[in-house]
Every structure is written in structure tokens, then in C-alpha cells.
Design a protein around this ligand. Sequence first.
Ligand SMILES: *Cc1c(COP(=O)(O)O)cnc(C)c1O
Length: 235
Amino acid sequence: MLTHALHDVLQRLDNAARAVQRPVPRLLAVSKTQDATAVAELAAAGQRAFGENYVQEATVKQGQLNALALEWHLIGHLQSNKAKEAATLFDWVQTVDRIKLVPALARYRPADRAPLNVLVQVNIDDETSKHGCRPEEIGALAAAIAAEPRLRLRGLMVIPIPHPDIERRRDAFARTRELFDALRHDHPDIDTLSMGMSDDCAIAIAEGATMVRVGTALFGARPAKTPDPTGHSPA
Ligand SMILES: *Cc1c(COP(=O)(O)O)cnc(C)c1O
């Protein structure tokens, strides 16, 4: 069943990219609240990159899936006191939004692992959210990351306000894309713009996403009482 859902989603991404003549983005399967069995099923169907919101939950799941060579992304808010675990457990951290995290992640990235891939999370339009840096802070954060040999700056990540009218998210995606293009002037090697979820990934792709983060469309709806890790209350 999950195999089916995976093929559907990949087809949707393909169609969305083709419609706007853009490259097909990478799919990050958001596996928060899903058990290891579900992850293993998607992995068997060929999916390799998985996103988790909580360090604790990821620790358990990764332990159970140890034998599979999966790529793990942290997409939830990162507390400073979890930097060591994050630097050890994950291949990517998509939520670096303040300078304090940078030396901590670099210090704890194990020497025998590849450098930790890092995205700067930008707060593009949500004054009420404490997560994500302001656009004018991107440059300094990116420079700090790029200066750390144990970290590898890959690009930007954004979670726009989830307007019920998804067309209203387009502008936030477009502005993030402009910030990404500007950042690439100083850091020509960056290649990742992580934006778009189950319901708005086609719009994000049209606005230049190179990676989309999809949970519900792959695994089905999550239990309702799970707190929204994006930090938004329902719109
Ligand atoms: C949960 C989550 C997603 C996936 O959302 P869906 O609507 O289930 O596709 C993507 N990004 C982040 C940061 C999330 O927390």
C-alpha cells in the first residue's frame, strides 16, 4: 500500500515539474509519528531520505532500522541542548536558524562521518513564529556554516504560514527562491531549496523547490492529537 502511495507521489512530483519545465525535486519522506515498519516498507520500495521532527523519536527509529542505509534529515526545531545528538544521528539538519547552533553542530559532528549537511531555515512571512531566521540574517549564518569544515552548507528551508488558500503560499515560496538565488552568489555550491509539503508541493515546485517534504500524502493522516511541529496553530 505504501509502495503505491510512493509511486503516486513520485508521479505527482514528476507531473508538477514537467508542467513548469523544472527539474524534478528530491522527495523527503516525512516519517514523524510513523513506526519503523512503515519506514522499512518505503525503503524497500526505493525511498532513501526520511525526515524526522524530534531527536528522541528519531533515535528509537534509527536504532530499529540500523541495517538499512537510509539518509536522515532533521526538520523539526533544534534546541541547543540537542545539538550533539542531532550532529551524530542525522545526515542533514534543515533547521539551523541561529548562530549558536553552528559551532555546536560542528564540534559534535563525528570525525569519521561525512560533513553534516545544513540548511538555513528562514522565517519568510510568519511574525508570530519564533522559528527560522529573518531574511537579513541569512548571510551571516551561511558564512558561519561555510567556515566550518565539519559542516556543509546546502541551501535554505522554509515553512510558510499555512494559509488555507494554498495559492496564498505562492508568494512566500517565490520570495524564498529569490533569497536562495541571492545566497548562491556568495556560495555557488549550494543546491537545495527545501519547500513544499503534501498539499502545496506543486506550487513550491513551480516556484523552484529542489526538495519537497511529504508526510500525509505518503503515509496517510497523522493522529490528530500530535502537536503541530511546524509551530503553527491550525489556520
Ligand atoms: C510534518 C512536516 C512536513 C510534512 O507535512 P505533510 O503535510 O504531512 O506532508 C513537512 N515539513 C515539516 C517541517 C513538517 O513538520
